[in-house]
Design a protein around this ligand. Structure first.
Ligand code: SOE
Length: 380
């Protein structure tokens, strides 16, 4: 009989839903070595935690996260709360011997992230950071094509993550719905929230980033704070653009903003190599654009690969060729890989140490923007 694995979820917002959904779906589509049991959800507002537990079929709910971490019955702690709470919960969970999956970015800042890495490594507990886009099949396929050498030497990596939801000055900062705008809860704006995704994927596909040159802007300088009811200065970056060098000699060009009217979550990347180029777009996430210079010149051009065939990453587990999957499936893949590796005693990427490397890049980006100078990225 498959061993039960008891899950404790801390945080019932958007990310709490993506992780819960993944645990529900994973056993139906993947041959996983465990039977995940949604034991307990923790959230601040009792009524909401109760409603979440009922809807997502958690056996119980609590309002104090210590109860999840201290519960001997819990095997895996899922951290889906604002960034300022990641470190305290993860460190306590590591000391309690729990397996941990933490939402991105790893922490509020570098010192916290380093503490978290130390805690999980000292405790020897399996750990993962939820950079979900790596496990979109087309993104995984892009990594495969690069690793196979199909692009040859890489010259350029460019990525964008564009949104438009904070353009109105009436959007408040702080509180459950808009903590991403509050520097104390988020640590940074688009750099930690959106560019962290792009940086994680980029370094996974194209290797370490060595130095950066950035600019940031906060377009709306004051917003009402939900918790104090007062208009307060905004401390986060609303937009960020940076250039960088990769260790392999290629040049990087990254942009993120929450002020790109018309774009809701447009994450795109394009990679140009000596032999081929690839491009991907989150709004069309099951397709990978590919240009191969070795094609006969009369048929050479950008092709659009529909990533649904069973020999493409993860796709043998879903429907039949031609039928596509979506955003939430990347979280299912993440859980499937995590549980498989857990059973085999292997780490799952990106672990806390790998996410620390992304945190170092984010930190260097913010420092560079502040000092208006190139900044060297610390090595993990
Ligand atoms: C912000 O709007 C956000 O929800 C991020 O926090 C997520 O990480 C990203 O995947 C989508 O946008």
């Amino acid at each position: 009989m498959t061993k039960k694995l008891n899950i404790g979820l801390i945080g019932y917002g958007f990310m709490g839903r993506t992780h819960s959904n993944a645990y529900h779906k994973v056993k139906h589509f993947f041959d996983i070595p465990y039977d995940p049991v949604l034991q307990v959800v923790c959230g601040l507002v009792e009524e909401e935690a109760k409603a979440f537990a009922e809807k997502w079929e958690y056996k119980s709910y609590v309002t104090d996260w210590h109860k999840v971490v201290e519960d001997e019955n819990i095997d895996v702690v899922e951290i889906c709360v604002p960034n300022n709470l990641h470190a305290e919960i993860a460190i306590a969970a590591a000391r309690a011997g729990k397996t941990i999956c933490c939402e991105k970015p790893l922490a509020l800042n570098v010192p916290q992230a380093e503490e978290m890495v130390k805690a999980v490594e000292e405790a020897g507990v399996p750990n993962l950071v939820s950079f979900n886009y790596r496990r979109v099949p087309a993104v995984t396929l892009a990594k495969q094509l690069i690793d196979e050498g199909r692009l040859g030497k890489i010259f350029h990596y460019r990525a964008n993550f564009l949104q438009d939801w904070t353009i109105s000055a009436n959007v408040p900062q702080g509180g459950m719905a808009t903590w991403r705008l509050d520097i104390k809860a988020a640590g940074s704006g688009v750099t930690g929230d959106l560019l962290a995704h792009c940086i994680d994927t980029a370094m996974w596909q194209n290797g370490p980033i060595t130095d950066v040159c950035a600019m940031t802007e906060t377009f709306i300088k004051e917003r009402m704070h939900t918790e104090t009811g007062k208009v307060e200065p905004v401390g986060i970056d609303d937009a960020c653009t940076f250039f960088c060098h990769f260790d392999n000699g290629s040049l990087g060009n990254f942009e993120s903003t929450r002020y790109a009217r018309g774009h809701k979550a447009l994450y795109t990347f394009e990679i140009n190599g000596e032999k081929a180029s690839i491009a991907w777009d989150l709004h069309d996430l099951h397709r990978l654009s590919y240009f191969d210079h070795s094609d006969d010149s009369i048929v050479r051009g950008w092709r659009s690969i529909h990533v649904t065939d069973s020999d493409m990453p993860y796709m043998d587990k879903w429907w039949v060729p031609g039928l596509q999957i979506g955003y939430e499936h990347a979280f299912v893949h993440q859980v499937a890989d995590f549980l498989q590796n857990l059973a085999e005693g292997k780490p799952t990427s990106p672990d806390f140490r790998e996410a620390l490397a992304t945190q170092y890049v984010c930190d260097a980006v913010l420092t560079s923007a502040k000092n208006k100078k190139w900044e060297t990225v610390k090595k993990p």
